[in-house]
Design a protein around this ligand. Structure first.
Ligand SMILES: Nc1ncnc2c1ncn2[C@@H]1O[C@H](COP(=O)(O)OP(=O)(O)OP(=O)(O)O)[C@@H](O)[C@H]1O
Length: 698
């Protein structure tokens, strides 16, 4: 008999104590083995309108709620006795009359009253807190939709009238009672004014895409064990239909998944790896991202996803771009690569310019030209430098200037070679050159996370180490979170994702309030160099929370006091130290962060490993925040001159680079702010960064 696992079961299981969870899992196994076994003490829930709900005894207090129909049993919910019964009395399971998807419907007449903003404790204002103008939020949102429109997106008939009366103020409380596809479609409508096309109702109720995200059919004990072992990792079991489509589709070329922070791009990348390994028994996959700590985090998640298929894991390598190149380099040459630092390059450039009598070129210009043109594009000859288009750069260089500059750059190249060192780009290029024309490639597939920070040489490298087959390259990333690399044409390098770039729109991480505020930092549309558009408008969060706190303090001391008060509030709300991250722009401001933590009397750590090892708040620069996630985030010292960082502004070589620097600094703040799930605190000493003004606009 098939067992159906509902996401409401895994969510309720996660709320029990460890012992209760263990016992509930054992009962679930017994149930799967023999649903008629007398020890299970099944009782029909008589007060439920749905006659198929039954309770199953786990122990004196805990009950599992199952739903029996035909020859299948659904694990629907688990809780303490009275709460479990109450849940079942208020629910029925049915096929939606329009969409045809199976739904667990909350019975409207059993819901006494919908609280406007439940579970939000009153918040006292912190000193020097500034509040954005309130949005008009009591206007009806869906009044112009007909009842038929509302039904068409999967709102259960019981709830149609409530939806049509809802305002922004009441909507999130109401959304908690609706099936997720309906809540998302309504939010999407509120954001864009367009109602999503209903999915065709030509599948069985359980196979409908909207049903697949909340129900999973499990065939045997092993599958049930695997699914129940990860009750906190809902993403590992239940995917949004738009995520599932990207995981499962076959593509005719390289693919890119984009979407703003928290929309589940990493989740899709991980499932894609699992899918490739399951489908292709000889696949060897590289799962890669831009830093080792992030690669370690990906590796951990992949282990969760492949928990019951450990053999698959043996065919995946998870490492950063640089480390994967360094390992291949060692394999090819038998020696380690020695990478020269940017500071060393800067010194070499200055010395070479002095020797050539070209000290009139500023060190900033020389370094920028080296990094973004000569080294990035691996220019090796004077002729190649004379011909390079120097895309986007405003200060044109004539033939004469290029000729004299080439003397500097070629001297620096010589120096690096003489030291038996290489730049990162040299490393990527050396490995790419080796594999370019060979038939035997180290990997069959590459899945890239944080792909927006790939540079020219990295992309060439990745392309060279897989065979030229259609689905070999899969990229996930957010153009709006690019903080390291300058943009360039992927198409120009032969990676053509046109027609295969897909945007995820449902934000699972960040509350509605935090996402809305962070979104103000970036334009509604971002276009890449190849003209592919990332429509950021219309992204919806799946839950509601408290407004972010913005503090503009007169002095650093006042800022410290406000941040410490915020920390104390978090702790008294029961938020654990490991669930908090504190960030600032650069190492220079770190003492300010540490001071606030000290005033609040809390332990801190500056390493991800330290965060896992002990109960402590992670503190670091915004770059460290990338790819991470916290219940609460504090960003301090967003002062004028700090954000954008004045030393970077002073270093720019031309107007093009100035625009780039300001954009990436803005994106950095966006990255840090979107790490927060429930609570966000941003502070500065007045007048504060120019970016903070964006937050205050409506
Ligand atoms: N289908 C899903 N069901 C439940 N949770 C999900 C789902 N997809 C993603 N999540 C959760 O949403 C959060 C964000 O997901 P993820 O890290 O994949 O987003 P991202 O788009 O890669 O974010 P960023 O761009 O900020 O790195 C994670 O906590 C993840 O577990």
């Amino acid at each position: 008999m098939p067992t159906i696992l509902a996401d409401s079961f895994t969510a309720s299981l996660a709320k029990l104590t460890n012992d209760e969870q263990k016992q509930a899992k054992l009962t679930a196994f017994d149930l799967q083995t023999d649903p008629n076994r007398p020890g299970l003490q099944m009782h029909r829930i008589d007060a439920s309108k749905d006659p198929n709900f039954w309770s199953v005894r786990v122990n004196r207090d805990i009950r599992i709620i199952i739903h029996k129909s035909g020859d299948s049993v659904m694990l629907a919910y688990v809780d303490h006795h009275d709460d479990a019964y109450k849940w079942a009395e208020r629910r029925r399971i049915e096929t939606h009359p329009r969409t045809g998807a199976l739904q667990i419907v909350e019975v409207r007449e059993r819901v006494e009253e919908i609280a406007l903003r439940p579970e939000l404790p009153p918040q006292t204002e912190l000193p020097f807190q500034v509040t954005p103008p309130p949005a008009a939020n009591d206007l009806p949102l869906f009044a112009s939709l007909s009842a038929e429109d509302v039904l068409s997106i999967g709102v259960p008939p019981d709830w149609v009238a409530d939806v049509r009366d809802a305002s922004e103020e009441t909507f999130f409380a109401l959304a908690g009672h609706l099936p997720q596809e309906a809540a998302e479609a309504l939010l999407d409508y509120a954001a864009t004014g367009t109602l999503k096309e209903p999915a065709p109702a030509d599948t069985a109720p359980l196979e409908h895409p909207d049903a697949q995200r909340r129900f999973r059919i499990l065939e045997g004990h092993e599958e049930l064990a695997a699914a129940l072992d990860q009750p906190f990792e809902k993403w590992a079991v239940f995917l949004h239909p738009s995520q599932r489509a990207l995981v499962e589709r076959d593509f005719s070329g390289p693919v890119r998944v984009i979407g703003s922070a928290g929309t589940g791009k990493t989740v899709v990348a991980l499932h894609r790896v699992a899918r490739i390994l399951r489908q292709d028994p000889i696949a060897r996959v590289l799962l890669t991202t831009f830093s080792e700590p992030l690669a370690a985090a990906l590796n951990h998640k992949l282990r969760v996803l492949l928990a019951d298929e450990p053999a698959l894991k043996e065919r995946v390598v998870t490492s950063s771009f640089q480390r994967s190149a360094a390992e291949l380099f060692s394999l090819i040459t038998g020696r380690r690569p020695y990478i020269i630092s940017p500071d060393q390059v800067r010194t070499l450039l200055r010395e070479a310019a002095e020797v050539s009598g070209l000290a009139r070129y500023t060190p900033q210009f020389l370094l920028s030209e080296w990094q973004h043109v000569v080294d990035a594009w691996q220019i090796g000859t004077e002729e190649a430098y004379a011909a390079v288009p120097r895309m986007g750069r405003k200060n044109r260089l004539g033939a004469k200037q290029r000729e004299e500059l080439w003397a500097v750059f070629s001297a620096v190249r010589e120096q690096i070679r003489a030291k038996a060192m290489m730049t990162e780009s040299d490393l990527f290029t050396a490995v790419a050159d080796h594999f370019q024309s060979r038939g035997d490639k180290p990997y069959t597939h590459i899945v890239v996370d944080e792909a927006q920070d790939l540079g020219v040489a990295e992309l060439r490298f990745l392309q060279a180490i897989v065979p030229p087959q259609p689905d070999a390259l899969f990229f996930a990333g957010d153009i709006g979170q690019r903080i390291f690399q300058q943009p360039f044409s992927w198409k120009g390098l032969g990676v053509d994702i046109r027609g295969r770039s897909f945007t995820l729109k449902v934000n699972y991480r960040t509350s509605h309030q935090i996402r809305r505020m962070a979104d103000r930092l970036l334009p509604a549309n971002v276009r890449d160099v190849d003209g592919e558009e990332d429509q950021r408008k219309g992204t919806v969060s799946v839950f509601d929370g408290v407004d972010p706190t913005l503090v503009l303090a007169p002095t650093q001391q006042d800022e410290t006091v406000a941040a410490a008060a915020f920390l104390e509030r978090l702790l008294s709300d029961g938020i654990g130290l490991n669930e908090i991250g504190m960030f600032c722009r650069s190492n220079q401001e770190l003492p300010r962060v540490a001071q606030a933590a000290e005033l609040a009397g809390i332990e801190t750590t500056s390493s991800l490993a330290g965060r896992n090892a002990k109960e402590a708040v992670l503190i670091g620069t915004m770059h460290l925040a990338k790819g991470l996630e916290f219940r609460a985030v504090l960003i301090l010292a967003c002062d004028e001159g700090v954000l954008p960082l004045s030393s970077r502004i002073e270093d720019v070589a031309d107007e093009f680079e100035l625009d780039e620097v300001v954009a990436t600094e803005r994106q950095l703040l966006y990255v840090a702010a979107t790490r927060a799930r429930d609570h966000l605190f941003i502070s500065a000493v007045a007048p504060g960064s120019e970016f903070l003004e964006d937050f205050l606009q409506n």
